[in-house]
Design a protein around this ligand. Structure first.
Ligand code: NAD
Ligand code: MG
Length: 389
């Protein structure tokens, strides 16, 4: 953007991940509009250093403090401050060196830094859906109090967000989140029982980090997204619907009270919702590939098979009951995916583990933030003990 406006200063938390790397591509292609002031990574010090040398942020944080000496040495001679450790993520989120945080850390680990950024009144481009799944009520309330806009990056939620433009006075009848169905669409339990990690890591339409790829194969990702949508758009559970749409061209839809349906469409490419979250309310030109309606194509839709993909049932239960149940579901799921990725449990065992943990953990209807952290820890310990992790 060479319109004389100041560049938006970006803090990219989780810069070495799939979303993080794509966000940097978007920023690189729009360097007149955005500058990178903070980069953080958990353990990939080599990529973090490479990114820092290219984007010249003011601060980098390496989560794993054992990697601090390497990062510090590699960036010596450059005016870049280097911090390490979990606490540093929060401290940097609370600083005033940036305008917008891209929350691209995976899992529960993203919650604390994102909350800090919200308390700091910063805009959030939110990829880390677990933040809203775990503590959506507290996060949204804080965002309201601190006037911190939360712009979704998740493609489904970006679609709903885009469809809502100009509709502030109109009631949503329901939203319809689309799901590709993942690599095992149409498969039954007798097939799934033998599925191994490498097969589950192959998603037909999207290239993503390992955790969300497994969540997409089990449909837990869509379950988490139902809960994310409830908080982002202030919906009742029965307003949140899911339909399988294997082509991933319609990214989600809203149905209004007059029956009219708005959809947002495009080829599946996360760079589009990332760029939109960064540039909102503007749209910036891009050279992303375009969808071509003249080519032979079919857009198809079907009901999800919830008898096979029971994670959707568990997530709907958590959505309906609320309280700390979504937090427990998320914690058990993080343990389940961790164990599956290490070939410690089978594909279907993941759902069983989440279900057992949800049954056993005490229910808290209105948890405090501390109680959410406690619920997360207890649910992780319980789930890990069940599989002797
Ligand atoms: P990823 O695994 O590729 O990257 C995760 C990033 O988080 C890395 O930079 C890593 O260093 C950092 N990280 C991991 N554990 C950490 C910890 N304990 N403390 C600090 N940093 C840590 O994940 P991803 O696919 O980029 O997904 C990131 C988030 O975005 C997830 O919440 C995911 O659900 C969401 N999301 C991803 C996509 C996608 O296409 N990849 C789409 C929609 C939403
Ligand atoms: Mg999504």
């Amino acid at each position: 953007m060479s319109n004389g406006l100041a560049r938006k200063r970006i803090a990219l938390f989780g810069s070495t991940g799939s979303i993080g790397r794509q966000a940097l591509e978007v920023i690189d292609a729009n360097s007149g509009a955005f500058s990178v002031e903070v980069l953080t990574a958990h353990s990939n010090d080599e990529l973090l250093v490479k990114q820092a040398l290219h984007f010249k942020p003011e601060i980098v944080v390496i989560g794993d403090d054992k990697k601090y000496p390497q990062v510090k040495a590699a960036l010596s001679g450059h005016p870049i401050k280097v911090f390490a450790g979990e606490k540093a993520l929060e401290e940097v989120a609370a600083m005033d060196v940036y305008d917008m945080m891209i929350a691209a850390i995976v899992g529960f680990a993203g919650l604390r830094p994102t909350l800090r950024a919200i308390e700091n009144g910063k805009a959030i481009a939110l990829a880390n859906k677990e933040t809203l799944v775990v503590a959506g009520d507290i996060v949204m309330q804080k965002a309201l109090e601190c006037k911190a806009p939360i712009i979704p990056v998740d493609s489904e939620h970006s679609a709903i967000f885009q469809c809502l433009i100009g509709e502030t006075r109109n009631r949503i009848e329901k939203i319809i989140l689309t799901a590709s169905g993942g690599p095992f669409l149409g498969k039954k339990p007798n097939f799934l029982v033998n599925v191994k990690r490498d097969h589950a890591l192959q998603h037909p339409n999207w290239s993503m980090g390992a955790k969300i790829t497994i969540d997409s194969a089990t449909l837990m990702n869509k379950g988490l997204e139902m809960i994310e949508a409830k908080w982002l758009f202030n919906l009742q559970p029965d307003q949140v619907h899911v339909v399988i749409h294997p082509q991933s061209i319609i990214h989600s839809m809203i149905q209004f009270e007059d029956g009219s349906i708005k959809a947002q469409m495009g080829l599946p490419d996360m760079k589009l919702p990332i760029q939109y979250a960064l540039s909102f309310p503007r749209r910036l030109p891009s050279n992303f590939p375009r969808y071509d309606f003249r080519k032979p194509n079919t857009l198809s839709f079907e009901e999800p098979d919830t008898r096979t993909f029971r994670n959707l049932v568990l997530a709907t239960d958590a959505l309906n009951k609320g309280g700390n149940l979504p937090c427990v579901l998320n914690a058990a799921n993080e343990i389940a995916v961790f164990a599956f990725l290490r070939n410690r449990i089978g594909f279907l065992d993941m759902t069983d583990l989440v279900e057992r943990t949800m049954q056993e953990m005490p229910f808290i209807e209105h948890p405090t933030l501390e109680e959410y952290f406690d619920s997360d820890g207890e649910a992780r310990n319980f789930a890990a003990s069940l599989i002797k992790l």
